[in-house]
Design a protein around this ligand. Structure first.
Ligand SMILES: [Zn+2]
Ligand SMILES: [Zn+2]
Length: 314
């Protein structure tokens, strides 16, 4: 491709092979980490660019650091592509802003009515209390969180109860980039073969989903495993991951968030992608908003993505 407009740095939304990339300023270092050097043109939210006569601008999506919706305007007609987005302001990603448009292309990762998130403050308190209880019982707390997005929120949640968190290499690499962008939560210490069992006793560890179930985890015994993901809303998923505790913390909209966002755009036509597109588009059609599903190459959720697996486990 000649030029790709990138909504955010998750690996299923940022693929190598284009000559040029247009992205938010905060997304550039993340793309450099994931895609290597390239031609990255950066922009800020609400700034107009013209590409082949089409007015292009990015707008906050509230999903992860730098995440943006893409607004396209041509001859008075406006299309908005949501990328991944979340309606709750997490205090890190920039607050999501609905953008008025004629046509809205929305994701639907959690586009089933069963998905309903608790307020972030409540989940943060649950994480803190769980860690403190593990410490009383002299167990290491291992939290599974995707390296970009979820890990930063978990660190934010932990800053009230600790100064230092130990991290898997994949989390540590991403955190180095994020810290350079000005996001500091707590001291994040990389786990290396030299890290002693004594240091890890009672400690807090953050690891990516790919580390779950590997021999690398043995180092933390005795430990408790907490998985942070929207998928934890479904009990079966918690069992499958062998989690002691599931924290339903998502970087995507829940069902109500999707419905209210679509309405707020005022769009007369909606394309639903990336998730439960059949269910969500059916609901919209039944409620007077013309909708259609589109299949894309995005993964169902970044957590399943293979790029994390490629990062060598220490
Ligand atoms: Zn994403
Ligand atoms: Zn995605």
């Amino acid at each position: 491709m000649e030029k790709a407009i990138i909504t955010h740095g998750h690996s299923d939304h940022a693929i190598a092979g284009s000559k040029k990339y247009l992205c938010h300023t905060l997304t550039k270092p993340i793309l450099q980490l994931r895609l290597g050097e390239g031609v990255y043109e950066t922009t800020e939210w609400n700034k107009a660019h013209f590409i082949n006569g089409v007015k292009v601008s990015l707008h906050p999506a509230g999903h992860i650091i730098g995440s943006s919706q893409v607004r396209l305007e041509y001859k008075g007609e406006v299309w908005v592509f949501s990328g991944d987005y979340k309606t709750e302001d997490d205090g890190i990603s920039g607050a999501y802003e609905p953008v008025k448009c004629n046509t809205f292309i929305t994701e639907s990762t959690f586009g089933l009515p069963i998905y309903k998130w608790k307020p972030q403050q409540q989940i943060y308190a649950d994480i803190q209390n769980w860690v403190l209880q593990n410490q009383v019982e002299e167990k290491t707390s291992v939290l599974i969180a995707y390296s970009l997005g979820k890990a930063q929120r978990v660190l934010d949640a932990l800053k009230n109860i600790t100064d230092t968190v130990f991290a898997h290499g994949a989390i540590h690499n991403m955190q180095q980039v994020v810290e350079k962008l000005g996001y500091n939560f707590v001291n994040v210490q990389r786990i290396t073969p030299e890290t002693t069992k004594q240091e890890l006793k009672n400690a807090i560890v953050i690891a990516p989903p790919s580390a779950d179930g590997t021999t690398w985890m043995k180092k933390f015994n005795p430990y408790r495993l907490g998985v942070c993901s929207g998928w934890m809303q479904v009990r079966g998923n918690m069992r499958r991951r062998n989690a002691d505790k599931g924290f339903v913390l998502s970087d995507h909209c829940d069902w109500d968030g999707l419905v209210s966002s679509v309405k707020a755009t005022g769009a007369e036509k909606v394309f639903v992608t990336h998730g439960f597109q059949a269910v969500f588009s059916k609901y919209l059609n039944e409620n007077g908003i013309e909708a259609e599903e589109v299949k894309t190459q995005y993964g169902i959720e970044e957590e399943e993505n293979t790029s994390e697996q490629k990062i060598e486990l220490l």
